[in-house]
Design a protein around this ligand. Structure first.
Ligand code: VG1
Ligand code: CO
Length: 543
């Protein structure tokens, strides 16, 4: 088989964001585009000769084509083995587990996560390192540098590899191994959670709905919840992955998973409901009549994790992204364990997890996970909740109310302003950055700024520093607003405004969230001149 060296043009793109490269699908479909990025990854990690790679994606449009391209390039670049999920499928957490379990040298994960899929929607690709986690900044910077200089890639010509039949085939000197995408992951979940207790919970007539949103978790949830845990058929909704997620937006939040939220708020609601995103790393937790914010979910998990076999010895520490609410900080304090505040993006948890400093991690954007893998894990969070509910014999609402009456409540909401003009959004952030120091002591409506700063992170494990990770405005009385620009959007700029206010256990724990944060939202809009600059007075999405 001849190895072909073909020319390509360097990228003129901006730097990949928090989760690798995300673009319109048609951008990825341009001849040589995937090749250029993949060769850049290979070059940046010192080549793949003799190495083992895990490859899989969330099944969206172009997943299979991209995998065929990658396999030809892996063969041309001398990879020893490519482990591929059957049908090209691997959820992000399952891929993370497979990389770790098989001692692979890394993985290529194909997904644009919660972004819509289809020829006119989004596609994405990222590299995970041998620890199973998303590449840290040093590696993504090296990949980016390669994309700016690359002039050629290596490939072989081959007819399509059969991705549907389990077993091994050979492509040039590379062994291609097709594996069941669910089996290893399901076995890991069985080790971490008390499946007998959860099975008994279902057997006692408790009900659940899991919305896979036509994305990758369908097969995982069906196997684990229905086949292994005995939940009746019909527990998993939208469980067959589709290339365009049935034209939906596979983002498990109250906007995009509204039918599920409506279901738990209506008569005849199930005891528990949950959803996951395109690639299976996010989660939404619901109970009868109640939505649990991701920040609260992390805190509840931290307070109860010891009830599950995987965390029976207690947790070592907790880490949360900076914009995530401080609800888990209070639990960490009560448990006497460390709590870390990291920049947005799972890659920043990797060093803490590898060093054994933390057991649990979470982000306000519906990401929760633990040291069992190096990605956030949607189904893991769902099983964690099921295990807690079964162990405590409480409803979701009782669990949450009990938590607040012990620790107090961090009212929390994120307001997203999407598809803004990039220059306007950049100017807003730049001007606010300039003004930060002058804000202290100023009154905006009902709120007075105490201090404001720009978040830089000093990794306590490897000493690396990441600057410019969001603007923080703190208000009298403990309220807080955080502003940052999204690194995962594919259209214009997305401004995220994160609002938070703490109410102690003896305070009013039953206020409507948006009402509780209205003054803070108003003050923040005034501070950054939101309406004048963007012409927007209401966010596109509030979670
Ligand atoms: C968003 C979230 C962030 C998350 C990232 C990837 O990033 O805010 O918390 O880690 O998506 O999640 P940004 O830069 O758009 O705010 V996933 O499920 O899309 O891999
Ligand atoms: Co995701």
């Amino acid at each position: 088989m001849t190895i072909l060296t073909q020319t390509c043009t360097p990228f003129d793109d901006q730097k990949p964001g928090t989760s690798g490269l995300r673009k319109k699908t048609r951008v990825f479909m341009q001849p040589g585009y995937v090749e250029c990025f993949v060769q850049s990854i290979f070059n940046a990690i010192g080549g793949v000769a003799g190495k083992t790679l895990v490859i899989g994606g969330d099944g969206r449009f172009f997943n299979l084509e991209a995998i065929q391209t990658i396999l030809c390039m892996a063969a041309a670049n001398g990879a020893a083995r490519a482990i591929v999920g059957q049908g090209g499928l691997l959820s992000t957490p399952a891929a993370s587990h497979l990389i770790r379990k098989r001692g692979a040298d890394g993985g290529l994960l194909l997904s644009a996560s919660h972004n819509p899929g289809g020829v006119n929607a989004d596609f994405g690709m990222k590299f995970n390192t041998p620890n199973g986690g998303p590449a840290p900044e040093a590696v993504t910077d090296a990949i980016f540098a390669e994309t700016q200089a690359i002039t050629s890639f290596k490939t072989v010509k081959s007819s399509d590899i059969d991705l549907n039949t389990l077993g091994e085939t050979q492509l040039h000197a590379t062994t291609i191994e097709i594996v069941d995408p669910v089996a290893d992951y399901a076995a890991l979940m069985q080790e971490l959670f008390d499946f007998d207790a959860i099975r008994a919970w279902f057997a006692n007539g408790k009900t659940m709905r899991f919305d896979a949103m036509h994305a990758v978790t369908g097969p995982y949830a069906t196997t684990i919840l229905q086949d292994m845990l005995g939940a009746p058929d019909g527990t998993v909704l939208n469980g067959v992955p589709s290339v365009d997620f049935a034209k939906g937006h596979p983002d498990p939040n109250p906007i995009w998973a509204k039918p599920l939220v409506d279901m738990v708020m209506a008569d005849g609601a199930p005891d528990f409901a949950a959803a996951s995103d395109g690639d299976g790393d996010r989660n939404m937790i619901l109970g009868r009549g109640v939505y649990v914010t991701p920040s609260d979910s992390l805190a509840v998990i931290a307070a109860n994790a010891h009830l599950t076999p995987g965390c029976a010895a207690g947790i070592k520490g907790v880490a949360r992204s900076m914009p995530t609410s401080a609800a888990c900080d209070r639990v960490a304090e009560a448990l006497g364990v460390e709590c870390f505040e990291t920049p947005t993006g799972w890659k920043f948890f990797g060093t803490l997890l590898d060093a054994g400093r933390v057991t649990l991690c979470g982000e306000e954007s519906a990401g929760t996970g633990s040291d069992h893998v190096r990605e956030k894990d949607g189904l893991w969070a769902v099983l964690m909740w099921l295990n807690i509910l079964a162990a405590r014999d409480l409803s979701v609402k009782e669990t949450l109310d009990g938590h607040w009456s012990t620790y107090g409540r961090n009212y929390y909401s994120r307001h997203d302003y999407e598809a803004l003009d990039v220059a306007i959004a950049n100017d807003l952030m730049a001007d606010l950055t300039m003004d930060l120091e002058t804000l202290a002591g100023q009154q905006f409506g009902a709120c007075k700024v105490t201090y404001a700063d720009r978040f830089s992170y000093h990794d306590p494990v490897d000493g690396s520093v990441s600057h410019n990770q969001g603007l923080r405005i703190n208000f009298d009385g403990g309220g807080r607003a955080v502003l940052r620009l999204s690194g995962t959007g594919t259209e214009g700029a997305t401004l995220r405004v994160y609002l938070e206010r703490y109410e102690p256990p003896e305070g009013d724990l039953g206020i409507d969230t948006q009402a509780a944060l209205a003054d803070l939202a108003e003050a923040t809009a005034q501070i950054c001149g939101l309406a004048q600059r963007t012409g927007r007075s209401v966010p596109d999405v509030m979670t």
